[in-house]
Design a protein around this ligand. Structure first.
Ligand code: NAD
Length: 519
């Protein structure tokens, strides 16, 4: 591919890229609507109840039918993963790394087909889908580089005598459970799995039913790369049934959950009740942006619009609260409304679409409730606020990108909404902006637009968020990329303290064994 795609890629005006994506959209049609089994130890178990996933672009398109795993399937997958774990560790990190690099090459070769499938599945714009797959390719390569740079995490220690050798060895926990959300269905099923597998754990993935096709595509790529059957198992099914059973299972040694705050908190409080195990939860956000008087308002406009409306507001990092210094509030608002009016809403198959559909009907209803709340609370809708159901759009879940003002005690300002709605309010200055920004249970991403070095330094020090951006037009709070921005939350947004795609990430999949040998 001539053009390197990241989430910061600003426009899809590259002919080669567009033609390749559009060819793939046609080529993959025969792969839609198929039935898929639960994958346990290489067996595809199809004789189960199924979940039918329809496309959010068009409810007439069936993306796939997924067998719903039973708790027996969970038990079987965990026991196969447990049985294979010693052999997988014995492979050694170099062999596992080489396999990951092979998988990266395979995925990169198939990037257009996998992205086209993702656009059918989630409704993502072509750039967002390509970004999701390209990010996964980067995860393989970045983590492979990390384990190489750290020599497999084996460090010689000091000794107290000539005949004594001491070593710190980081070793896998054993069986790792990965639970993934719908919105980055490849990167967030694959990213934690790659981290866990590379470090020598065997892995069981429970993807969201909406987005399951991408977890199955990840499995297919790993299988083509030569991953042994015992190393990776895919359990499609209900979180409340098999997710629950799997995470509370005695033979699961560690968990990476990515999803909403209530589910993450529940897992944190209960999953290690019977035995200690690391439970890493990456959860929601309510991501604030401050714009001060010194800001470049053009940059701020671009960054806020991309941050709020990219992926239809369904990013954990979406910009949802904007605090603007009084003196520039009206001017910025005018620019935001104008830029939002230029965004095209439509299917990923239309080259000019920036914003696709919401994932399901229930979320459209949440959008309507939020708009209603703005009206009822005495707020203002500056632009948007409507469901789009003209012509072909009626078969999907399309809404307008929406900018509002609402009283600061409205739940619009506190709840994670996961819709393309951003609230804007004036502030007296950075001091008030910081207080409002930090007044939340969340702490995922945050943005600042300012050209004043003192403001920038203070903001970096005082903002309570794991991922921070100053003056970023490519996304005021969105679009982290492996080896460019590590991605992980603080406070109620995340527990690992070590962002995905960052230099500390792999460590959480390993436990230290100190080895003293006296000859
Ligand atoms: P969700 O919490 O509804 O579901 C996430 C996963 O958890 C799904 O696979 C689901 O089946 C499973 N699950 C549900 N109940 C479970 C239980 N009791 N036990 C075990 N598993 C269970 O989230 P979603 O709607 O798919 O995704 C959107 C959410 O994810 C948002 O809150 C978003 O902010 C968050 N998210 C966070 C990050 C991050 O890195 N911090 C990234 C992407 C999404």
């Amino acid at each position: 591919m001539a053009l390197k795609i990241t989430y910061a890629t600003m426009s899809a005006d590259n002919e080669e890229l567009n033609s390749a994506f559009e060819k793939a959209v046609v080529d993959v049609q025969s792969r839609l609507g198929q039935s898929h089994g639960v994958i346990v130890n290489g067996d595809h178990r199809t004789d189960r109840e199924t979940f039918e996933e329809v496309s959010p672009i068009d409810h007439n398109i069936v993306v796939g039918r997924y067998a719903q795993a039973t708790t027996d399937d969970v038990d079987d997958a965990i026991s196969a993963a447990r049985a294979f774990a010693p052999e997988w560790e014995a492979w050694g990190w170099e062999a596992r790394r080489d396999l990951m690099l092979t998988a990266a090459d395979i995925m990169e070769e198939q990037i257009f087909e996998i992205s086209a499938l993702m656009s059918y599945e989630i409704g993502k714009s072509r750039l967002e889908s390509l970004g999701d797959v390209a990010e996964t390719v980067e995860f393989f390569r970045y983590y492979a580089g990390q384990i190489t740079d750290h020599n497999g995490f084996v460090i010689p220690l000091n000794s107290l005598g000539a005949n004594e050798t001491n070593t710190s060895v980081l070793r896998p926990y054993g069986v790792w459970a990965v639970i993934s959300p719908f919105n980055f269905p490849m990167a967030l099923a694959a990213g934690p799995s790659i981290g866990a597998l590379l470090t020598g754990n065997t892995v069981i993935v429970k993807p969201s039913n909406t987005g399951a096709l991408m977890a199955l595509e990840f499995y297919r790529v790993m299988h083509e790369a030569g991953l042994p059957d015992g190393a990776l198992h895919i359990l499609t099914g209900l979180g409340s049934v098999i997710g629950e059973h799997m995470t509370h299972h005695d033979d699961v040694d560690g968990i990476t959950f990515t999803g909403s705050y209530p589910v993450g908190m529940h897992l944190l409080q209960t999953a290690s009740e019977k035995r200690p195990k690391p439970v890493s939860c990456e959860m929601g956000g309510k991501n604030p942006v401050i714009v001060t008087e010194s800001a470049d308002l053009e940059l701020a406009t671009q960054g806020i619009v991309r941050g709020a409306f990219g992926l239809t507001g369904q990013k954990c990092s979406a910009t949802s609260r904007v605090y603007v210094e009084d003196s520039v509030h009206d001017e910025l608002l005018e620019k935001l409304v104008a830029a939002t009016g230029e965004l095209r809403v439509g299917t990923p198959f239309d080259r000019s679409s920036f914003m696709g559909p919401l994932i399901e009907k229930g979320v459209v209803e949440k959008f309507e409730r939020a708009v209603e709340e703005v009206r009822k609370s005495g707020g203002t809708i500056f632009t948007g606020g409507n469901v789009l159901d003209d012509g072909d759009l009626a078969r999907g879940h399309f809404v307008e990108p929406t900018i509002v003002a609402a009283p600061l005690d409205s739940w619009i300002w506190s709840e994670e909404l996961f819709i393309p709605l951003v609230a804007v309010t004036p502030i007296s200055g950075l001091e008030e902006g910081l207080a409002l920004s930090n007044d939340t249970e969340f702490g995922l991403t945050a943005g600042l637009f300012s050209t004043d070095d003192e403001e920038i330094d203070r903001w970096f020090t005082e903002i309570e968020a794991g991922v921070t951006y100053v003056n970023r037009a490519a996304g005021a709070t969105t679009g982290a990329w492996p080896d460019i921005q590590s991605f992980g939350g603080w406070k109620g947004s995340g527990t690992s303290g070590a962002g995905g795609g960052g230099p500390w990430y792999l460590r959480q999949y390993l436990r230290e064994q100190s080895r003293t040998l006296i000859r």
